[in-house]
Design a protein around this ligand. Structure first.
Ligand code: ZN
Length: 317
């Protein structure tokens, strides 16, 4: 088993900026780089492999031929379970909600979406939207959407670098302008938009809202406070579990020296470099890690290590 360097699909949504090109080394002919889909087997934007025998082919094709590379924990999912993105919000994203699995599979024929945000970088005074200020009824929610008063009812949160938000399906949310996040989510592209700041899309029309479906699936109360598990510190690294749920386990490491890692039979490891430089050493292979690098380490690879001064996000199933 050999680690795979992944090349993302880039999305140029209207609210995107240019930091993914300027600071994270993402290449694209598009002008705005709103999202890079760093680990994706989703039909709307597949990751492509940059090295080895599968160079130029998609990660989906590789996994179809090497299903054991996903690991045993993926067997309980019909489709590849996660999607990992970098998102650069120059402008506010629409206020939105995602359905849970039951609703999404019944109505949309795909997974619902629980997601997690790690704030990689943000401007001073940046804010995002996370749930309601207070409990609200369905009628009040509909009235607020239809009368453009939703912003008065929703909970704005100030953010700083390193903050983590766990956004369970059904939680109303929006990324605010000046925030760059790493998003680890269920492998789904189903979004119900309820407010879009009156913006006009690329086709000259306001972007579509999905009010009835959003009212069906939204939790009409404040989101629960999310407490991070304890930090673990050694001489060489700081390690912090960011989230663990039935779909993904996400750990952040700040490495100053060396980190010994292990991909067992249960899950692949996905490494996303959010800052600094390093090198991933696996057997007799070396992979240079720069800010923005995305590496898929197949399940059962065994021991490997990362050396250098860098911050990484490790995702497993
Ligand atoms: Zn979302």
């Amino acid at each position: 088993m050999h680690p795979l360097i992944l090349i993302p699909t880039i999305k140029d949504y209207i609210w995107g900026g240019t930091k993914l090109r300027e600071e994270f080394g993402k290449e694209s002919k598009l002008e705005k780089l709103a999202e890079s889909w760093e680990l994706s087997c989703h039909k709307d934007g597949e990751s492509v492999i940059a090295n080895g025998e599968y160079k130029g082919r998609t990660l989906s094709e590789y996994l179809a031929e090497n299903p054991q590379a996903k690991g045993e924990n993926c067997k309980r999912f019909e489709n590849f379970p996660v999607l990992i993105k970098l998102i650069d919000a120059r402008d506010n994203l629409s206020v939105q909600v995602h359905p849970d699995n039951e609703y999404a599979q019944r109505v949309e024929g795909e997974y619902g979406k629980t997601e997690m945000w790690y704030i990689v970088d943000c401007e001073d005074n940046a804010e995002l939207i996370y749930g309601f200020k207070e409990e609200i009824t369905k009628d009040e929610f509909r009235y607020a959407i239809e009368n453009n008063t939703l912003l008065e009812r929703i909970n704005s949160v100030s953010v700083k670098k390193g903050d983590v938000f766990f956004i369970k399906s059904g939680t109303l949310h929006a990324i605010g302008k000046g925030i760059l996040i790493a998003e680890i989510q269920q492998n789904s592209n189903t979004t119900y938009r309820v407010y879009d700041y009156g913006r006009i899309g690329a086709d000259g029309k306001p972007r579509e809202l999905h009010i009835e479906k959003a009212i069906d699936v939204t939790e009409l109360r404040p989101a629960e406070n999310y407490e991070l598990p304890e930090l673990q510190e050694t001489a060489d690294k700081l390690s912090q579990l960011l989230a663990e749920c039935e779909y993904f386990k996400v750990t952040k490491e700040d490495i100053h020296g060396q980190s010994e890692l292990f991909a067992d039979e249960k899950s692949f490891n996905h490494i996303l470099v959010t800052d600094g430089d390093g090198v991933l050493v696996c057997g007799d292979e070396d992979f240079t890690l720069k800010k923005g690098a995305s590496i898929f380490v197949p399940a059962n690879t065994g021991a490997y290590k990362i050396k250098g001064n860098c911050s990484i996000i490790i995702t497993e199933i």
